[in-house]
Each structure stands twice: as structure tokens, then as C-alpha cells.
Design a binder for this molecule. Structure first.
Ligand code: PLP
Length: 386
């Protein structure tokens, strides 16, 4: 591709920070020993895994022993939910929200097929969770409640502490998928009631294929990946040393730079959103603008298809996302926008822009240069626009 890439799809994945890459490199070459080996060549490697664990713990305000390395956010989500169900076989109810990532929502569907009872908490038109319905749905038959900290499509932030408190009143475990929030907003598990939390390296400038499950001290846990004694018997499989070290470095950078970055990233997001709203007719922001991640903007360009917009943006090297999923050949608006009751004409034209610390003002300038013309061109040929 000739164009310079303008990457505003950071909720899908992020660029590996060069400092993270540098930190990882020796573990692909000279330090190849197995951290479980008795000999010092392998054993020395364990020290680096433990350092990485400590850095992740620091970012989360957690203890090192509460951090389990996994292969990804999806595995962490599965591990948390399966553990809770396994340890409490007499309870058959699982409560999730309607706007979870498929890592939780499709697992809930699978559990439904295995005769568990699934309850999905609804959201309102801004994507805010209905706490009253949550209170009704979470009862003494609930084994686990899993509600995300922040939504990947809209950036909405959810009242996870409140939900944890409701879950505990009924003796249920509370898990949160914090894949989109860790590294973007402060997380402090020291003062938290949350029992388990998932995160994923590739959303915070570490590589794909490494995740963490935080399990609060005192919360019982059964391994999901069963095998060797790694991770204190909580996750079998030889540690992915290089990626764990990378995630440790990424966590350290996120912790040190979060305040500065958040200010910068939010300013970029806000300028893009404000200018689009002011200059292009029939657009709307999806989500709770008062309470969302600083990097995410989900904008509907009404009466046109998000995919067409993405294809036009792609010609200029601009990488963003739409919320639609291709099911049986037709484009369905995302389950998140459908749960919010966003009208079809708007849901189809939704685009998610998600920023990171690697974005600059020039990226916003480039998007603002191209997007008005793209929208005008597509609306001219839209049967719904006149
Ligand atoms: N949960 C949320 C909210 C996500 O956004 C994602 C990734 O898009 C995941 C879970 C899955 O993470 P991973 O790709 O590491 O499995």
C-alpha cells in the first residue's frame, strides 16, 4: 500500500510499542530456556516472567500472586466463567449483559445449550446498563455475573463495582472483561470488590496472544487449561516468556504514561467527533458520551452503509471499524447497537474510531479532509437519502 497508514482502530488491536518489542527480543534468541527447568539456564528465565507479573500487578493495583498469564482475553473470560460454574455446581444461572464481547456472549450461548440458565441484562438507548433489571435478574441461583468494564464498540463504561456488590449479596462470583479498559482508564483492584478480571496484551501495545486473568486473593479458582504446574497450578502450559515480558513492559508504560496519554488521546477523539458533528448533517454519536473511554467514538452516518464508508476510507489508508457482522451474506448491525435500539438507518452507518498514544493531530486532519466527501458521494447514491 502506498498510502501512509492512519490507524484509528485501536480497540481492534494496537501497534506493539517499540520499547515492548526491544524488551522481548532476547527471549526469542539467547534466553530460550524453559522457566520450569532445574538448571540455571532455564531457571533464570523465570525471574523475567515474575518481573513481568509484578509490572502487570502494579498496573492493576493487585498482588503478584493474583495474576495468571493466559493466551488471550478470550481464554481469560472462559477461564473465569468455567471456574465459577465448576466450583458451584448447584447453581445453574449465569448473568451477563446484552452488550458483552462474543468471548462472553457466545460462551453464554454455549452454556445455554448445556442447560445453564442465561440472563442478559438489557441496556438503554445510550447503551447504559439497566441496574434495576440487573437487581431482578441476579438471584440466589446465580453462580457468576460477568459484565464488561468498558464496551469495545461504544466505549461505554459500566458500573462494575455496583454489579459486584449485587452479585455478592446473592453469593455469586463477579467477573469483568476489562480488555478495553486496562491501560486506558485507571484500574485499582486493591479497593475493588471484583473477584476476577480479564485483560489482553494486544489492546495495550503488547503483542497478540498474551492475556491475564486476575483472581482476587481468597477467591477459589479451578484451572481452565489443565496440564503442568505452571502459574501455580492455575494454568497449564509452558509460559510464553517473550510475550509475558512484553506485556509486563506494556503494563509499565501504560502505568507511567496514562495521565498524559489520556489527555492527548481524548483531545484527538473530541476534535474529530466535534468537527464531524458540526460539519456533516444527519450524524449521531452512539453511546454514553458522559461516561465512556477517552479513546473511542462511535458515529453513525445515517442512510449509508458503514462498510462502504470503510472501503472509501481504506483508499486513503485510514483504518477504522464498523460494528456490523456479516451473517449469511447480509450485513447485520452489531448486537451492541441493536441492544441499544439504534434505528436501522443509523446502525448500518456506524463507524468506530478508536485512538491510541501513537495517533497525532495529522491523523485527525487526514480523516477530516476525506470524510465529508466520502459521505456526500455515498449519500448521492443512497436510496434512503434525498
Ligand atoms: N473482550 C473484549 C471487550 C474485546 O474487545 C476483545 C477483543 O476484541 C476480547 C474480549 C478478546 O480478546 P482477545 O483477542 O485477546 O481474545
Amino acid at each position: 500500500m502506498d498510502n501512509k497508514i492512519i490507524y484509528v482502530d485501536n480497540n481492534a488491536t494496537t501497534q506493539v510499542d517499540p520499547e515492548v518489542l526491544k524488551e522481548m527480543m532476547p527471549f526469542f534468541s539467547e534466553y530460550y530456556g524453559n522457566p520450569s527447568s532445574i538448571h540455571s539456564f532455564g531457571g533464570q528465565v523465570m525471574k523475567y516472567v515474575e518481573e513481568a507479573r509484578h509490572k502487570v500487578a502494579e498496573l492493576l493495583g493487585a498482588r503478584d500472586t493474583e495474576i495468571i498469564f493466559t493466551s488471550c482475553g478470550t481464554e481469560s473470560d472462559n477461564a473465569a466463567i468455567f471456574s465459577s460454574l465448576f466450583l458451584c455446581p448447584q447453581k445453574r444461572k449465569v448473568v451477563v449483559s446484552k452488550v458483552e464481547h462474543p468471548a462472553v456472549l457466545n460462551l453464554a450461548k454455549e452454556l445455554d445449550r448445556r442447560d445453564y440458565q442465561i440472563a442478559e441484562i438489557p441496556v438503554d438507548s445510550k447503551g447504559r446498563i439497566d441496574l434495576e433489571r440487573a437487581e431482578e435478574m441476579i438471584d440466589d441461583s446465580t453462580a457468576v455475573v460477568s459484565v464488561m468494564w468498558a464496551n469495545n464498540e461504544t466505549g461505554n463504561i459500566y458500573p462494575v463495582e455496583k454489579l459486584a456488590e449485587i452479585a455478592h449479596r446473592h453469593g455469586a462470583v463477579f467477573h469483568t472483561d476489562a480488555v478495553q479498559s486496562v491501560g486506558k482508564v485507571p484500574v485499582n483492584m486493591a479497593n475493588s470488590s471484583i473477584d476476577m478480571l480479564s485483560l489482553s496484551g494486544h489492546k495495550l501495545h503488547a503483542p497478540k496472544g498474551i492475556g491475564v486473568l486476575y483472581v482476587k486473593r481468597g477467591v477459589r479458582f479451578r484451572p481452565f487449561v489443565i496440564g503442568g504446574h505452571q502459574e501455580k497450578g492455575r494454568r497449564g502450559g509452558t509460559e510464553n516468556v517473550a510475550l509475558a515480558v512484553g506485556l509486563g513492559k506494556a503494563a509499565e508504560l501504560a502505568r507511567v504514561n496514562m495521565n498524559v496519554e489520556t489527555t492527548k488521546v481524548k483531545a484527538l477523539r473530541d476534535r474529530l467527533e466535534k468537527t464531524i458533528l458540526e460539519t456533516i448533517p444527519s450524524v449521531r454519536v452512539n453511546g454514553d458520551v458522559e461516561n465512556r473511554l477517552p479513546n473511542t467514538s462511535n458515529i453513525s452516518f445515517e442512510y449509508i452503509e458503514g462498510e462502504s464508508i470503510l472501503m472509501h476510507l481504506d483508499r486513503y489508508g485510514i483504518c477504522a471499524s464498523s460494528g456490523s457482522a456479516c451473517t449469511t451474506g447480509s450485513l447485520e448491525p452489531s448486537h451492541v447497537l441493536r441492544a441499544m435500539g439504534v434505528p436501522y438507518t443509523a446502525a448500518h452507518g456506524a463507524i468506530r474510531f478508536s485512538f491510541s498514544r501513537f495517533n497525532e493531530e495529522a491523523d485527525v486532519d487526514a480523516i477530516l479532509t476525506h470524510i465529508p466527501g466520502i459521505i456526500q458521494t455515498l449519500r448521492k447514491i443512497s436510496p434512503y437519502w434525498n
